[in-house]
Design a protein around this ligand. Structure first.
Ligand SMILES: C[S@@+](CC[C@H](N)C(=O)[O-])C[C@H]1O[C@@H](n2cnc3c(N)ncnc32)[C@H](O)[C@@H]1O
Length: 236
C-alpha cells in the first residue's frame, strides 16, 4: 500500500499521539503539513487498513464500469484511497483536504484530476450539488479531526443514487464521536435522504498506539466502514 519504512513503532506512536488531541482545525492541519512526508511510512507501520477496506467496499457495490465513476475523495491526505481505488479499476478522482502538505503529496501521485484545499466543518465543500457518483471520507471522521457536521455536505455533492463511503474508529476515546455520528447517519436515513447499503465492523483496523487505546487482549483497535446510497429523489 505505501512505501517501506526505517522508522520505529515508538517514533510513530509519538507522532500519532499528536493527532487526536482535539486541537483547533488550523493547528491540526499544521500538524498534518508536518506529517505529510512521513505519513505513508508511518501508516504502513500502523498496519492502517482503512483505504483498502473502503475501496473494496465501494467497488463491490457499484454496478457498471468503475472507470466511468467520478469519485470525490474528501480528506484525501496523500492519496492512499485513490491509489487503492485505482487498483480496483477506478480512474476519475477529485480530492479535497485542509493540509497543503498533504495535498502536495497527493498531487505528486498524479492520480487526481482536481485537488482543492478545504477546511472541512468550517466551509461548504467546493463542489456542485449532485455531482459525484461516489464520495468517500476515510480516516478523518474521528474525535479532534473532521466534525460530523460535514456529513450532510457529503450527501449534497453526491448524485441521486450515488454512493457514500465513510469510516470511523471504534476505540474507546472515539466512542462518543462514533455514537454521535451513528445518530446522524440514522437520522438522515429516517428522513429518506439515503439508505444504508453495508456496515462493516473490522476488529484489526490498525495497531493501537497507546495502552488505553488497546482493546482487551488485542494490540489493535477496531473500526468501521459505512456504505450508503443517496436517495433518487433528494431535492438538492
Ligand atoms: C488520517 S489522514 C487520512 C488521509 C487519507 N484519507 C487516508 O486514509 O490515508 C486525515 C486527513 O484529514 C485531513 N483533515 C483533518 N482535519 C481536517 C479538516 N478539518 N479539514 C480538512 N482536512 C482535514 C488531514 O489533513 C489528513 O490529510
Amino acid at each position: 500500500m505505501a512505501a517501506s519504512s526505517s522508522r520505529s513503532f515508538a517514533e510513530v506512536q509519538r507522532r500519532v499521539s499528536g493527532v487526536h488531541r482535539g486541537t483547533d482545525p488550523e493547528q491540526q492541519l499544521r500538524f498534518y503539513d508536518g506529517w505529510a512526508p512521513e505519513y505513508e511510512q508511518d501508516v504502513t507501520i500502523l498496519h492502517y487498513q482503512a483505504p483498502r477496506l473502503a475501496a473494496s467496499c465501494l467497488a463491490s457495490a457499484i454496478q457498471g464500469p468503475l472507470a466511468d465513476a467520478l469519485v470525490l475523495d474528501v480528506a484525501c491526505g496523500t492519496g492512499l484511497v485513490a491509489q487503492e481505488l485505482q487498483a480496483k479499476g477506478f480512474c476519475r478522482f477529485h480530492g479535497l483536504d485542509g493540509s497543503q502538505g498533504m495535498l502536495e503529496s497527493a498531487r505528486r501521485k498524479g492520480l487526481y484530476q482536481e485537488l482543492k484545499q478545504c477546511v472541512l466543518g468550517q466551509e461548504a465543500l467546493p463542489a456542485s450539488s449532485g455531482f459525484y457518483d461516489a464520495v468517500l471520507i476515510v480516516g478523518a471522521l474521528s474525535e479532534g479531526q473532521v466534525p460530523t457536521s460535514v456529513v450532510p455536505e457529503l450527501l449534497r455533492v453526491a448524485k441521486p443514487g450515488g454512493f457514500l463511503c465513510l469510516t470511523t474508529r471504534s476505540n474507546r476515546s472515539n466512542l462518543r464521536y462514533k455514537s454521535q455520528m451513528q445518530q446522524l447517519l440514522d437520522d438522515l436515513e429516517q428522513r429518506g435522504l439515503w439508505e444504508k447499503v453495508k456496515v462493516q465492523e473490522v476488529e484489526r483496523w490498525e495497531r493501537a498506539t497507546s495502552e488505553q487505546e488497546a482493546m482487551e487482549g488485542s494490540d489493535y483497535i477496531s473500526g468501521v466502514v459505512y456504505l450508503y446510497r443517496k436517495a433518487q429523489t433528494v431535492g438538492f
